[in-house]
Design a protein around this ligand. Structure first.
Ligand SMILES: [Zn+2]
Length: 493
């Protein structure tokens, strides 16, 4: 029986998001701040893939749960609110001392006003409190940007490997088992990190990224290789640590572990053109989808993914669906609280003129004015998001021509078919469904989609990296810079 302090702080930060981030956004998503006496009851639903209490109780330990907080991706957290979150996390740790280990779930791509590296900032402060001998482990999102300060402050560093992130729970458990090993006298692993000079989002549901991840898991079967993490990073945080990494936690022969990290990093970089998201405009995506005659086609609006800090109210794909004149089409969820309110007031069955989307910024496109019929309104619907139920909040389904449109009042990405089915849309009877999501929809939609198209229309998550006015990312970096790339005498080709 050991005593662990556990905490979670999740925010993926985009400097190109039009959405400011304050404590209110954490309260809306999930916030448990026991020292400040604030927040939700500690429900399983609030853990977003990592349930510390469940993991530690099952393994026979005592868990002191501190801050559990996460907000929908957006702009950097305000300085005062980040200070509150950090103070709460550290106050919980001080109150729990003495502890045998510390387990943290951090996103990795969190930026606050005035703090580019929130994760390193927190890990260093935790280390200062517990001293050098208490093992500290971090499990993080593969979209994390990893700093030297974070690596130097912790004993174990493990990312999820899957995108969609279906393995947070397993990876957290693997991280905790390594902390247990250290507590019971095994040597602490060393952490080898290889920066891979590229920006991108890579789908592990597709070859050859799938094979790369399977290979990483196979490498972990070697006795001294404790964890292999292949991270993608998150470009739109625009910090000096942006980019992909290979991170190996190992014991034993350091040179062998370094060679292994080099081999994985080189194979990862060589695959860059095969694993990157192709560029497909809204018009091309809808034309390609309608040309496909056999079963449901899902189009991902990768550029307007609320999970990457986008508003979810862009109209580029909606406009193309309407212009096609086809039927059995659906799109969701478009974030438009005013349209949801009007649909609710008009009532199910009503017809009304409704202005939809295009409100939060230039990349959202112009709003679309439609005569719609209200088919459904609910405020109690839920979707499964990374293993936990998440409230959809007030939302309505409206219809215009052959297009059914799900409108939501709480900004969120589509993880689950429930975003349509809860409002009466028969997903499998649709010809084309557009989802405001980059890749997390795949866990639910893959079994029913006969084809998936990743569209890259204009949006807050601009997938054309050369168009984004980055100022802090490390250079050279692919695809902003052409390969081969030379860094510190090392040639990446
Ligand atoms: Zn992620």
């Amino acid at each position: 029986m050991m005593k662990a302090y556990c905490a979670t702080l999740i925010h993926e930060t985009s400097r190109w998001s039009p959405i400011p981030t304050s404590l209110e956004d954490y309260r809306r998503n999930f916030l448990y701040a026991p020292v400040a006496g604030e927040g939700l009851h500690l429900r399983d639903e609030t853990f977003v893939g990592v349930n510390w209490n469940d993991i530690f109780v099952r393994r026979g330990h005592d868990a002191a749960i501190g801050l559990i907080a996460g907000a929908e991706p957006g702009r950097p957290t305000s300085a005062a609110d980040y200070a509150f979150l950090k103070d709460e996390l550290l106050a919980g740790l001080r109150a729990a001392m003495p502890v045998d280990m510390v387990a943290l779930f951090l996103h990795g791509a969190q930026v606050a006003e005035g703090v580019d590296d929130c994760n390193g900032d927190i890990a260093a402060a935790v280390r200062e409190i517990v001293g050098p001998r208490v093992p500290v482990g971090v499990v993080f999102d593969l979209h994390g940007n990893i700093s030297d300060r974070l690596i130097e402050s912790v004993d174990v560093l493990v990312s999820c490997l899957e995108y969609p992130h279906t393995d947070f729970g397993d990876r957290a458990e693997q991280m905790v088992s390594l902390l247990e090993d250290i507590c019971s006298g095994h040597p602490a692993p060393f952490i080898i990190r290889r920066r891979v000079p590229m920006l991108g989002t890579y789908f592990t549901t597709r070859s050859p990224m799938r094979e790369l991840v399977d290979w990483a898991r196979a490498l972990e079967q070697q006795p001294d290789i404790k964890a292999v993490s292949i991270t993608h990073g998150f470009a739109w945080s625009d910090v000096k640590d942006c980019g992909a990494n290979v991170i190996v936690c190992a014991t034993g022969d350091r040179h062998a572990a370094e060679q292994l990290a080099d081999t994985v990093a080189e194979r990862y970089f060589r695959a860059r053109d095969l694993i990157r998201t192709p560029r497909i405009s809204a018009h091309e995506a809808v034309a390609e989808a309608l040309a496909h005659k056999d079963g449901l086609v899902v189009i991902a609006d990768t550029a307007d993914n609320p999970g990457g800090g986008a508003p979810g109210d862009s109209t580029h794909l909606l406009r193309e669906l309407l212009a096609s004149g086809a039927d059995r089409l659906a799109i969701g969820m478009i974030w438009d609280p005013i349209a949801v309110e009007f649909a609710c007031k008009a009532g199910v069955g009503a017809e009304l003129d409704l202005r939809i989307g295009g409100k939060t910024g230039a990349t959202s496109g112009a709003p679309v004015d439609l005569k719609v019929r209200v088919l459904s309104y609910r405020d109690d619907a839920q979707q499964m998001a990374q293993g936990a139920f998440s409230a959809i909040g007030p939302a309505a389904l409206v219809e215009a021509g052959g297009v059914r449109i799900v409108l939501c009042a709480r900004r969120q990405q589509v993880f689950d078919k429930a975003c349509f089915e809860e409002f009466g849309v028969d997903v499998t009877a649709c010809r084309v469904i557009v989802v405001k999501s980059h890749q997390h929809f795949m866990e639910s939609f893959a079994p029913v989609a006969s084809k998936v198209i990743y569209a890259t229309p204009p949006g807050a998550v601009n997938m054309n990296y050369r168009e984004v006015a980055f100022s802090r990312i490390p250079r050279p970096i692919y695809p902003v810079d052409d390969a081969p790339i030379e860094i510190a005498g090392r040639r990446w080709s």
